[in-house]
Design a protein around this ligand. Structure first.
Ligand code: AMP
Length: 402
C-alpha cells in the first residue's frame, strides 16, 4: 500500500509518499510560492538504492491544482520518479488544522465531512480554507481513491471542560464554540505512543508530559493515554513562548496597545503571532542563531532562552499537579530533539520533584529516541523524534481498516 500524505497551506503543499509495507518514505516534497510569479517544487526521492535524488523545478504555479499535478508528475517521472503511475497511490491523507468539537478522531473524507470543515472555518480562518483547497483538488484528481482527514485538534478532544473552558460568559461557548482546543495533536499522540512502547507498557497505562518545541511550541498533560490539558488554546497562540508567537499574555494588552499605540486589532494580532516570541525578545527566531548570539555575549538572546525555558518549567510544574503521577517527560520537534541547553534549562531545579537529567546523555546527538534522565530519576525524561507524516499514515491505515 502506498499512501500520499498532504499538508496543504495557503501558498504551499508539503507532501510525502510512504510505502506502508515497511513504513519507508519513498519521497518527500514541497511545492511553494503557489500563486506567485516564481513557484518552486523541491522533491527528494528515496528510490531504495540508498541514494537520494533531488529535483527542483522552478516555474509559475498558479494554483493548488497545478501544484498537486506538478508533484504527481515528479513522483511518476520515468527517470527520477518513485512510482510508475498515479494509480499506484492507494489512499490520500490530509493534515487538517481545526476539527473543532466535531471530530474526536481521524475521518474518511465524504461530502458531509467537507461540509463540517467549512462550518469550522471561523475557528481557523487561515488554515482550514487552505486545507480544504488541498482536499478539493485531491478529490478532483483522484476521485476513486479513499481520502482521510487527520486533525491537529482531535487528540485533545478528551480534555475535560475544566481544562477547555475559558472563564468568560458561557454563552460564547454555546453560541460560537469559544473554548480551548489545542493543536499539534498528531505529534503529541505519536510521541506518546512511542514513549509507551519504550516504557514497555500500554499507552492507556501511561501518564506523560509531552513537550513539542519547534517553531510552534506546546505541552500536553496525558493521563492514561488521553490528553487532559494542553497549552495551545482556541488558536495556536496561547501557552509557551514560540518562534514568533507570544504565548500567554494578559488579554488586556490588546486594549493597551489600541489606546496607547493606536493599533488596530489586525495589527495587534500580527504583532502577537508574527513579531513576538523569541523573535520579539531578541530579533531572532531560530534557536541555533540565538545560542550563537548568546555565546557571543548578546544579552537579549540569553534572556529569550530564559523566558522561553522558564515558561516551559512553569507548565511542567502545572501539569505535574494536574496528573499527580508522571511516568515520563518527552521532548520533541526541532528544538526539543536537538537542543540540550533548552532541555536542561526547562528542567532546571526539578530534582525535588523527581526529575534528574543525565548531562552526558542529554548532550548526546542522535537521531533516534533516547532516554536522557539519570537511572535514579523517578520520572524518566526522553527525547523522541516526532514524525507527523508517519503518524498520519498510521491513522489512515486504522481508519481505512475500521
Ligand atoms: P520545527 O518547527 O519542528 O521544524 O522546528 C524548527 C525549529 O527548530 C527552528 O526554528 C530552530 O529554532 C530549531 N532547531 C532546529 N535544529 C536545531 C538545533 N540543532 N539546535 C537547536 N534548535 C534547532
Amino acid at each position: 500500500m502506498k499512501f500520499f500524505i498532504i499538508n496543504s497551506g495557503s501558498s504551499s503543499i508539503k507532501y510525502q509518499v510512504i510505502e506502508m509495507a515497511d513504513e519507508s518514505v519513498l519521497a518527500t516534497g514541497l511545492v511553494e510560492r503557489i500563486g506567485e510569479d516564481r513557484g518552486r517544487l523541491r522533491n527528494t526521492a528515496f528510490p531504495g538504492t540508498g541514494h537520494e535524488q533531488e529535483a527542483v523545478i522552478e516555474q509559475p504555479i498558479p494554483d493548488h491544482r497545478s501544484g498537486m499535478l506538478l508533484a504527481i508528475a515528479t513522483l511518476t517521472d520515468r527517470d527520477k520518479g518513485v512510482i510508475r503511475q498515479a494509480s499506484e497511490i492507494d489512499a490520500i491523507g490530509h493534515r487538517v488544522v481545526h476539527g473543532g468539537e466535531d471530530f474526536r478522531g481521524s475521518m474518511r473524507i465524504t461530502a458531509a465531512v467537507i461540509e463540517v470543515l467549512r462550518h469550522n472555518i471561523p475557528l481557523a480562518p487561515l488554515h482550514n480554507p487552505a486545507n480544504l483547497d488541498g482536499i478539493r483538488v485531491a478529490r478532483e484528481i483522484f476521485p476513486e481513491v479513499p481520502q482521510v482527514a487527520v486533525f491537529d485538534t482531535a487528540f485533545h478532544q478528551t480534555m475535560p471542560p475544566r481544562a477547555y473552558l475559558y472563564a468568560i460568559p458561557y454563552a460564547l461557548y454555546q453560541t460560537d464554540r469559544v473554548r480551548r482546543y489545542g493543536f499539534h495533536g498528531t505529534s503529541h499522540r505519536f510521541v506518546a505512543g512511542e514513549c509507551a512502547r519504550l516504557l514497555d507498557r500500554p499507552l492507556s497505562a501511561c501518564n506523560l508530559i509531552t513537550i513539542h518545541l519547534g517553531n510552534g511550541c506546546s505541552i500536553t498533560a496525558i493521563e492514561n493515554g488521553h490528553s487532559v490539558d494542553t497549552s495551545l488554546g482556541m488558536t495556536p497562540l496561547e501557552g509557551l513562548v514560540m518562534g514568533t508567537r507570544s504565548g500567554d499574555v494578559d488579554p488586556a494588552l490588546h486594549l493597551f496597545l489600541k489606546q496607547n499605540k493606536g493599533m488596530g486589532l489586525e495589527a495587534i494580532d500580527d504583532l502577537l503571532n508574527k513579531e513576538s516570541g523569541l523573535k520579539g525578545l531578541c530579533g531572532m527566531n531560530d534557536m541555533r542563531d540565538i545560542h550563537r548570539a548568546a555565546g557571543a555575549g548578546d544579552v537579549r538572546a540569553r534572556l529569550a532562552v530564559e523566558v522561553q525555558t522558564y515558561r516551559i518549567r512553569k507548565y511542567i510544574g502545572a501539569y505535574m499537579a494536574v496528573l499527580g503521577r508522571v511516568d515520563a517527560i518527552v521532548f520533541t520537534a526541532g528544538i526539543g530533539e536537538n537542543d540540550p541547553i533548552v532541555r536542561a534549562e526547562s528542567l532546571k531545579g526539578m530534582e525535588p520533584f523527581g526529575v534528574r537529567l543525565d548531562p552526558e546523555r542529554n548532550r548526546l546527538r542522535d537521531r533516534d529516541a533516547r532516554r536522557i534522565s539519570a537511572p535514579d530519576s523517578a520520572i524518566q525524561v526522553w527525547v523522541i523524534p516526532t514524525n507527523e507524516e508517519l503518524a498520519i499514515a498510521r491513522e489512515m491505515a486504522r481508519v481505512l481498516r475500521d
